[in-house]
Design a protein. Structure first.
Ligand SMILES: [Zn+2]
Length: 239
């Protein structure tokens, strides 16, 4: 069986058979792979301890027909400050879950891989409440689903008050469409994030605009994943 090496982030794991565990890893060069870690639930396996969701690892894998097999694992980053803080654990798990739902098997997605590595690292080093929201907005942008913030989606107005409509995927004036009121400050923050000025946005701290931005990012991501799931469901039915 050929063996290959790669680095990646563990997205999730589940029990397999009596003593094994299947790990789903988003690798840099091979995309999302599923691999069996043999015997890790029977012994006090150090391999098992390194293969926790969110861990950034270097792995050596033996190719198999359905599942690869984990031959060796080296931990690159374990994100200790994330693991010590339940709120950050939940945010990190939301990152890997969204990425898992958005990525196909065995298809390299180097930009998403890099974004996930950086997102988890930022979650570890930066306590900004906007880390997850910024991650979601940028992930949506990579998928071509960035919220539209240039002006009212319906009439094009660029001034005045706006609401955010998650179904339409952007802002509208209150007279043009329904939606949640969104402040100018939150729109500015979202624009900063989407134009790559993430550091500036993360420095915002725990403000009302940061809270609005996070809430919109969560809604937009949830909406995107649901639509994706529905699209996949109808695709399956046609097979
Ligand atoms: Zn309008």
């Amino acid at each position: 069986m050929p063996t290959y090496r790669d680095s990646g982030v563990v997205l999730r794991t589940h029990k397999f058979g009596e003593a094994d565990r299947v790990v789903v890893i988003l690798t840099r060069e091979h995309g999302k792979v599923r691999a069996v870690a043999r015997g890790v639930r029977k012994t006090r396996s150090s391999i098992g301890a390194r293969l926790e969701p969110m861990s950034h690892v270097d792995v050596s894998l033996r190719s198999g027909r359905d599942l690869d097999t984990v031959a060796e694992v080296r931990l690159v980053e374990n994100h200790p400050r994330v693991r010590a803080d339940l709120a950050r654990v939940q945010q990190g798990l939301s990152m890997v879950e969204a990425v898992d739902k958005m990525t196909p098997d065995r298809e390299p997605v180097p930009e998403i891989h890099e974004m996930l590595v950086k997102g988890l690292r930022t979650l570890d080093t930066d306590p900004s409440p906007l880390v997850l929201g910024a991650f979601f907005l940028r992930l949506l942008a990579l998928e071509g689903r960035a919220p539209s913030l240039a002006g009212c989606l319906r009439c094009g107005a660029r001034e005045g008050r706006f609401v955010f409509d998650v179904d339409e995927g952007g802002v509208m004036c209150p007279s043009c469409g329904p939606g949640q009121p969104v402040s100018d400050a939150a729109i500015r923050l979202m624009r900063a994030i989407l134009s790559g000025r993430v550091r500036d946005a993360l420095a915002e701290g725990d403000t009302a605009a940061a809270g609005e931005t996070s809430a919109i990012a969560m809604d937009a991501m949830e909406h995107h994943l649901e639509r994706r799931l529905r699209a996949l469901g109808s695709f399956d039915r046609h097979l």
